[in-house]
Design a protein around this ligand. Structure first.
Ligand SMILES: Cc1ncc(COP(=O)(O)O)c(C=O)c1O
Length: 408
């Protein structure tokens, strides 16, 4: 006998709804305040004169075990600097994912290059070597491997394909700090890794970003691009490349540096929460937990899931609304459409290209977005929260199972 759903007047699983933003209350502590205060006391807020951003870059390189890092003003800026450093320019094609933030698309267009969308694996929602190969042409200059939701793409076949075809690989790690593929950390596998420090990410300084690479020269070129082409050496000013002002400030770098020290523990707590959740949810008929590809360790920026709509006889939008009414917020849809159907992308004019972006371009991405729901998953969530999530999901699944059995 199932219980009446809260959406239709029944008792809620959780009277006080689960607050997915609880972690914001403890996100910053005395260390961040101290770090900001030290920068203010130094009198220098701009990285050109201060030493905090430079020290942060050193810390990133050591943390990720790479030859160099460049800190910039956002994740979008990091990707733009990476493409500029890789000499992506007019008429080049850059392959990216249809399920991502516009930060993985705008930099391509800003370089007068052409965004090309590879379809996603319907289970992991990431692009893969097979889908990339289908859209790779003579004009492809780079691939942006977007690691979605905390899950690194399966990188070895992507790297093999890229090397064979002489194409660069940029890893978009904005959502996937410390995810690993075959034991290697996201951001250390491709030619360059790009990270975001915006307010929604595993770690933050409000807005910010950085690049990681084993190619010191690439990092130098990216840093030049982020500072209007100025090398900042010698007494006479000269600009070496056409760049932008993508500088991170000393204040941002100071906060980000403290946050970097907290990263491992944040990821560890998210993984532990996801482990508990996976275990509890595995018993629910009709519920599909996130698929993690072989060789990948997830870092759970969010927890994507789907349901067996046929078995339960309910669509994702209704299901998400019903679980939310139980006091467990479920996001649906994650994106209203693949990014190639966003207004800005459909309206853009790409010089020298006849390419158009229309429905049906990446059918698996379109299907995935129609079915993917998102549960919050962060370091403040407890075993009790997991129990409530499981109770709400199982209540809604059981309700529909019984209803479909009854109807047939
Ligand atoms: C996958 C992905 N790439 C790039 C970005 C851009 O980062 P930012 O907002 O720091 O510019 C984001 C941010 O949401 C993202 O999720």
């Amino acid at each position: 006998m199932t219980h009446k759903l809260a959406a239709y007047g029944g008792k809620k699983v959780r009277e006080e709804p689960l607050d997915p933003h609880r972690y914001l209350q403890t996100r910053f502590g005395e260390e961040e305040k101290q770090a900001v205060s030290e920068v203010l006391d130094s009198g220098y807020l701009c990285r050109v004169f201060g030493d905090r951003a430079k020290a942060f870059e050193q810390e990133i390189a050591e943390y990720f075990g790479v030859a160099g890092a460049a800190a910039v003003s956002s994740g979008t800026a990091a990707i733009h600097c990476a493409l500029a450093a890789l000499d992506v320019g007019y008429g080049d094609e850059v392959i990216t994912s249809p399920i991502t933030d516009m930060g993985s698309v705008i930099p391509i267009v800003a370089q007068n290059a052409v965004p090309v969308f590879a379809d996603v694996d319907p289970n992991t929602f990431n692009i893969n070597a097979a889908s990339i190969e289908k859209v790779l042409t003579e004009r492809t200059k780079a691939i942006i491997a977007v690691h979605l939701a905390g899950q690194c793409c399966v990188m070895r076949p992507i790297m093999d394909l890229a090397r064979e075809r002489g194409v660069h690989v940029v890893e978009d790690c904005a959502q996937s700090y410390l995810s690993t593929c075959d034991g290697r950390t996201a951001g250390t596998i491709g030619d360059v890794g790009c990270f975001s420090l915006n307010d929604f990410k595993h770690i933050t300084c409000g807005d910010g970003g950085f690049l990681t690479s084993d190619d010191r020269d690439l990092i130098y070129r990216a840093a030049l691009f982020a500072d209007k082409g100025y090398p900042r050496t010698g007494p006479v000013r000269n600009s070496l490349v056409m760049g932008l002002n993508y500088r991170i400030t000393e204040l941002q770098a100071a906060v980000a540096s403290v946050q970097l020290r907290k990263l491992a523990s944040i990821i560890e707590r998210r993984r532990e929460f996801a482990r508990i959740l996976n275990e509890m949810l595995s018993r629910i008929e009709g519920f599909n937990p996130p698929t993690v590809a072989n060789g990948i360790v997830h870092s759970y920026w969010f927890y994507p899931f789907t349901i067996d709509s046929e078995l339960l006889g309910v669509d994702a939008a209704t299901f998400a609304r019903e679980v939310t009414a139980e006091g467990i917020p479920v996001t649906y849809p994650y994106l209203g459409s693949p990014v190639y159907l966003f207004d800005s992308v459909r309206k853009m004019h790409i010089y020298g290209s006849e390419i158009t972006y229309k429905e049906g371009l990446c059918p698996d991405a379109e299907k995935a977005l129609a079915s993917m729901m998102v549960l919050p998953c962060n370091e403040s969530m407890t075993e009790n929260d997991a129990r409530d999530i499981a109770a709400a999901l199982s209540k809604v699944c059981d309700y529909h199972l019984e209803k479909s059995n009854h109807d047939t």
